[in-house]
Write a protein that binds this ligand. Structure first.
Ligand SMILES: Cc1cc2nc3c(=O)[nH]c(=O)nc-3n(C[C@H](O)[C@H](O)[C@H](O)COP(=O)(O)OP(=O)(O)OC[C@H]3O[C@@H](n4cnc5c(N)ncnc54)[C@H](O)[C@@H]3O)c2cc1C
Ligand code: FES
Ligand code: FES
Length: 496
């Protein structure tokens, strides 16, 4: 069945939205359409967390799974069959939520503009954990910026909630009522057309991958939207004006993650290879991927620890990171180094492309107009191999990379038997550093060899100067990272 409206719940109240409001960021819908002004907007690009809300959507088990997200880059059209909890839904003036009380008691607010966002992040924390230390709190609050308090008071407020019994806000809403309605509507396609005052816009939410592929073949120029963490920023900053949108993030056929049960045993993977592989659906989000890859590819999980912040990781997908085509996408170098395989599908069928062959130039991909990226298959590093990933940015958290480097070396008898090295932020696409690879191949890893490889790498890259760093800085950086790799991975093992 085709539906022409978005159905969701806001603080337990049913919402049915059609017309131009469908295309608004959730924060604007809350503030301007519903006059719920508790949610604040500062940056409109996912950088400050002032607009944080808690969002529940149907997971593979048909249950509502709740995560915090930034509502400024979450559009109403993404909310179909979701439950949004905003700051208005957690307490009242006379009955504050414990997170609100704690912020008052510990002087966690001054101008107050950031406060609803911090409170919502603390609500999310108390829903997920009952005990936490200051490291957990700081990680949880990475996506929230405060210009006034210096954070200490907020951290104290958060810590005061650890080991206390905080009543679940999520469970205070009727989960059964919402999920049974959502399950009943899940088979609908949603098709909405509206005049926003600026343009005539069209929205489609397919009920299945087959519907999505069919729609894409008939509307090849439709903008795919998954987490909207790239698309949303472009739209809010008026750098893009998409008039046709297809939302794919809730397609369960593209959302699963499969980890090999016994990674030391070869398996018959979907991609036909005998190497154990982690299979990741293109709309799997970074929060889930981070936890899934940690046991088998810990270096990848560590890079994801500093990928954006939790609000973004909860929404952002691996497919969006790849298809966005940015040479500073943080997942790309590791996917090159591990020789990942992508599956792309159209209504006519599917094909597989090596990540190493996917990009042809700046934002140019081996992806036809009727195709959707559906799966990423990552070989598990071989036992005894070395995988090291570097992300260099101006600050550790919530920052875009200045440059990235992935070094993957397979070893035999103390020598490099095979190598794949890829760098980002140093050219129009990720660059494989084949000269550096050649220098390491067949050799024992020494300081002078790594220095030589670093110098060769510099000859293979053509970085630009931009706000994050000059061309000269990036050249020196890549060279130095090879040296750093020697001390961190080789020397450290020798002296251990
Ligand atoms: C505050 C902030 C911090 C960030 N920090 C980082 C960071 O540290 N590292 C980093 O790498 N990125 C970062 N990003 C960028 C972004 O979060 C990632 O690129 C993310 O993975 C994009 O996924 P998405 O699902 O949100 O993509 P979307 O915005 O939904 O889509 C991005 C592009 O991919 C296309 N697309 C999406 N899915 C598919 C598909 N399955 N098939 C074909 N095309 C598709 C869309 O049409 C669009 O062109 C950050 C963004 C923000 C706002
Ligand atoms: S307003 Fe800054 S993250 Fe949304
Ligand atoms: S209290 Fe002013 S920005 Fe945080």
């Amino acid at each position: 069945m085709n539906r022409s409206e978005i159905v969701f719940y806001l603080n337990g109240q049913r919402q049915v939205v059609s017309g131009p409001d469908v295309f608004l960021p959730l924060s604007s819908y809350l503030r301007y359409s519903l006059h719920l002004t508790g949610t604040k907007v500062v940056c409109s690009e996912g950088d400050c967390g002032a607009c944080t809300v808690v969002l529940g959507w149907l997971d593979a088990e048909n249950k509502l799974s709740y995560r915090m997200v930034d509502s400024c880059i979450q559009f109403v059209y993404q909310l179909d069959l979701c439950h949004v909890i905003s700051i208005e839904g957690i307490g009242t003036e006379n009955n504050l939520h414990p997170a609100q009380k704690a912020m008052v008691e510990h002087f966690g607010s001054q101008c107050g503009f950031c406060t609803p966002g911090f409170v919502m992040a603390l609500v999310d924390l108390t829903e997920k954990q009952s005990t936490y230390n200051s490291v957990d709190v700081r990680e949880k609050l990475t996506g929230n910026l405060c210009r006034c308090t210096g954070y200490e008071a907020i951290v104290k407020a958060a810590l005061s909630l650890s080991d206390t019994k905080v009543q679940s806000i999520i469970q205070s809403y009727n989960q059964e009522q919402m999920t049974s309605e959502f399950r009943a509507l899940r088979g609908d396609n949603v098709l909405i057309e509206a005049d926003t005052g600026f343009a005539q816009k069209k929205f489609f939410k397919p009920s299945s991958l087959a519907e999505a592929l069919n729609h894409k073949s008939q509307h090849p120029k439709v903008r795919l939207v998954a987490g909207a963490t790239d698309v949303g920023v472009q739209a809010n900053k008026r750098r893009s004006h998409d008039t046709e949108i297809m939302f794919i993030a809730h397609l369960h056929e593209m959302g699963s993650i499969t980890v090999p049960k016994n990674p030391t045993e070869p398996q018959s993977a979907a991609s036909g290879s005998q190497i154990p592989r982690i299979e990741i659906g293109a709309v799997a989000n970074w929060t889930d991927i981070r936890e899934a890859v940690r046991p088998l590819i810990p270096a990848f999980a560590e890079i994801l620890d500093i990928f954006a912040a939790e609000q973004i990781r909860n929404a952002a997908t691996i497919g969006g990171n790849i298809a966005n085509g940015s040479p500073i996408g943080d997942s790309l170098p590791v996917l090159y180094a591990l020789d990942a395989t992508l599956t792309v599908q159209s209504a006519a069928g599917s094909r597989q492309v090596l990540m190493n062959n996917f990009f042809r130039g700046y934002k140019q991909m081996d992806l036809k107009q009727d195709e959707i990226l559906t799966n990423v298959s990552i070989p598990v590093p071989r036992p005894g191999s070395i995988l090291k990933l570097y992300k260099v940015s101006r600050r550790k958290d919530l920052d875009i990379s200045t440059a990235t480097l992935a070094i993957y070396l397979e070893m035999e008898d103390g020598k490099v038997s095979s190598s794949r090295i890829a760098a980002g932020g140093v050219g129009p696409t990720i660059q494989r550093l084949s000269k550096a690879e050649g220098i390491l191949s067949g050799e024992k890893l020494t300081e002078s060899l790594l220095r030589q490889a670093g110098k060769a790498a510099v000859g293979e890259i053509a970085p630009l100067t931009d706000v994050r760093g000059s061309r000269e800085y990036r050249l020196q950086l890549i060279e130095n990272l090879f040296h750093k790799f020697y001390f961190e991975e080789i020397r450290a093992r020798e002296v251990a």
